[in-house]
Design a protein around this ligand. Structure first.
Ligand SMILES: CC(=O)SCCNC(=O)CCNC(=O)[C@H](O)C(C)(C)COP(=O)(O)OP(=O)(O)OC[C@H]1O[C@@H](n2cnc3c(N)ncnc32)[C@H](O)[C@@H]1OP(=O)(O)O
Ligand SMILES: CC(C)C(=O)C(=O)O
Ligand SMILES: [Mg+2]
Length: 605
């Protein structure tokens, strides 16, 4: 896709800076037609003033009710077929949802057939209740009841829009007429249920509750609580949707608290919410609504649904998990959940989607990587000290609100490297993928090399790329440089006295050399000095790359060779060989470095 570099259709705000604007804010009036819209307080009354929800806490999970198979499904260009619906249903059951809206059976044969499929198979466990959705039309209610015939337990969910614009423009009915329409439908439902032996409960949604006069909501809902003869054992669900999200979440919370406090026979009512996400605050609306008294939340996995979606149940439940509250639903394999949802909906989940997106546990930036890497190491130490397994120990790793392992993710993708990464992240990857524990100064040194490479390419460096860069920079020069060791041996000739014998090849030819020192490396540098290469080892360390015998050792040597100081690294199953290669690699790097300096000088650079 080609993207323009100029934007002729955009109108840069050009009016005068408002006279009351502070000096630090130079924003100017835009030409956007914002005056076409009215604020929510001009559209609906919200009578609550003594709200209590702001000082409450969520200490237990509400009843989650996924509506993927109805509200989510009705938003899809290609609705789910029975196979896809069944896959989604099985996923929801496996995750532990106990009430699941499964369709709008009067809408289509597909939806009807799926409910029949559930009724005629053993797909519904004994502790799961399905919900079916119906408008307030007798013929469609009858079709809905035909769909649930034989289901041992179900909830029939009646809906009608109640807000003024919908009453006037869509339904063409005043308040009284609409109330009668709803009561007629509800009465019909009650009669049909009475003729059945199955356990059938009722739910009502005043669609667009959030723009409906509160007294009308109460009038209609209270009327249905009575008409349906609700009781604590057979409560009615009043589901108060933000069908189109129109206000900041505090307004919805006020509306829910008002309903919570004024609905009659409150113990006979399950107060449910159903936020959509038009303003991008569906999750906040649901959370504040629970603080305000909601006991049940309808939503979809990963927020599929009409327009910008239904509220996302994954985020809601895992937000609780991250606060130390049991979400009462299992997310321990988030990738399987996401893959299944993507398959059923034929829609991708955004890589930044909270908790489940592909990139949400990944840090590219240097200081974050450094903090995560230190945090993970600290977590492992703390867990070990406390005797708890790391996956059960309290979590406090910077930048990772929860342990990705809780969601079945590994730590592999947590740190990814590009030009904005730093030494901490790079060292972390070399450690996790190759068992290397780079000395601090070598980390900084390699980080500069990586930065040059990623700046040049503009791309990410994968762990394989990093290893290749590390290998060619620090390891390979031992074998590929101007100075090579054709053969060598080291021995302790007296306590604390070592001898190193070797055949060295340089640009000037081959020769046999010998050196002595208080250790094999000192003896090797003595031999190198004899060959005309003065080397000081400034820093040296070594370690095994994995536990157990036979795992390669790695040695790091920071050497001053002539005027330059450079690192070399060696890797071999023998620690001595690794250390000799490390020094030799530094020597060769210095030689190559000197050669390029000489070239530049010769060219007059
Ligand atoms: C916010 C929500 O998610 S609401 C759920 C929305 N979901 C769907 O619409 C998906 C399934 N819907 C359908 O398959 C169809 O719309 C049906 C089968 C329900 C009805 O189809 P049709 O009879 O062709 O009507 P249509 O789709 O045009 O709906 C508009 C009619 O329903 C009426 N209507 C709208 N909502 C309701 C309701 N809750 N109860 C009763 N009637 C309603 C409208 O007033 C309009 O009536 P009119 O034709 O007399 O003007
Ligand atoms: C609950 C129903 C009516 C709904 O999907 C909505 O209002 O968004
Ligand atoms: Mg909806």
């Amino acid at each position: 896709m080609s993207v323009p570099h100029t934007f002729p259709t955009l109108r840069t705000p050009g009016g005068a800076v408002p006279p009351d604007a502070p000096a630090w804010n130079r924003q100017r009036p835009s030409a956007m037609p914002y005056h076409r819209y009215r604020p929510v307080h001009e559209r609906v009354a919200v009578p609550l003033t003594d709200r209590t929800w702001p000082s409450r806490r969520i200490e237990r999970a509400p009843l989650w009710v996924p509506v993927d198979l109805r509200d989510g499904n009705q938003a899809l260009a290609e609705p789910m077929d029975t196979a896809r619906k069944r896959r989604m249903f099985d996923l929801l059951v496996t995750m532990g949802f106990k009430e699941i809206e499964v369709g709008y059976p009067s809408a289509s044969r597909t939806d009807f057939d799926f409910v029949r499929h559930l009724a005629e198979s053993d797909a519904i466990p004994g502790d799961v209740t399905v919900v079916v959705f119906t408008p307030a039309r007798r013929d469609l209610i009858e079709r809905t009841f035909a769909a649930i015939e034989g289901l041992p337990r179900s909830v029939v969910h009646l809906y009608t829009a109640t807000a003024p614009v919908w009453r006037d423009v869509v339904l063409g009915r005043g308040r009284a007429e609409l109330r009668e329409l709803i009561r007629d439908a509800a009465g019909h439902m009650a009669r049909l249920a009475e003729a059945r032996t199955e356990d059938i409960r009722f739910q009502f949604s005043p669609e667009v509750f959030n723009l409906t006069e509160p007294d009308f909501v109460l009038e209609v809902c209270n009327g249905l609580t009575t008409l349906w003869d609700a009781c604590p054992d057979r409560p009615v669900t009043h589901n108060l949707p933000a069908t189109v999200e129109v206000a900041t979440p505090n307004v919805y919370a006020d509306q829910i608290e008002y309903a919570h406090r004024h609905l009659e026979r409150r113990e006979d009512v399950v107060l449910s919410v159903h936020p959509h996400n038009d303003r991008g605050t569906g999750v906040a609306c649901a959370e504040l609504a629970v603080l305000a008294g909601a006991q049940r939340v309808e939503g979809c996995l990963f927020g599929n649904g009409e327009r910008t979606g239904n509220v996302d149940l994954v985020t809601l439940a895992l937000n609780l998990h991250a606060q130390g509250v049991d979400p009462m639903v299992d997310f321990s394999d988030i990738d399987v959940i996401r893959d299944t949802v993507e398959h059923c909906n034929r829609l991708p989940v955004h890589p930044r989607h909270p908790y489940g997106g592909e990139l949400v546990h990944t840090a590219f930036s240097g200081t974050h990587q450094d903090a995560i890497s230190k945090g993970l190491a600290h977590h492992a130490r703390q867990a070990e000290a406390s005797g708890e397994p790391a996956e059960r120990a309290p979590w406090a790793v910077p930048y990772l609100p929860i342990d990705p392992a809780d969601l079945g993710r590994t730590y592999e993708a947590i740190i990814r490297v590009n030009s904005q990464s730093g030494k901490g992240g790079i060292a972390h990857l070399l450690h996790t993928h190759h068992g290397l524990d780079l000395p601090r100064r070598l980390r900084a040194d390699f980080s500069r090399t990586v930065q040059t490479a990623t700046d040049d390419s503009g791309r990410e460096a994968t762990p394989e790329d990093l290893w290749e860069l590390f290998r060619t920079t620090y390891l390979a020069p031992a074998q590929e440089g101007p100075v090579t060791l054709s053969s060598w041996s080291a021995e302790e000739i007296a306590p604390g006295e070592h001898r190193f014998r070797c055949e060295l090849r340089t640009d000037e030819g081959a020769g046999h050399y010998e050196g002595k020192g208080n250790g094999p490396l000192a003896a090797f540098t003595d031999a190198l000095a004899a060959a005309g290469t003065g080397v000081d080892i400034l820093q040296y360390s070594e370690h095994a790359t994995a536990a157990g015998p036979g795992s390669p050792a790695v040695a790091y040597a920071e050497c001053r060779v002539g005027a330059v100081t450079l690192w070399g690294v060696g890797r071999d199953t023998s620690v001595l060989t690794a250390s000799v290669y490390a020094v030799l690699a530094a020597v060769n790097r210095a030689a190559v470095n000197q050669a390029s300096v000489n070239r530049v000088v010769a060219q007059g650079g």
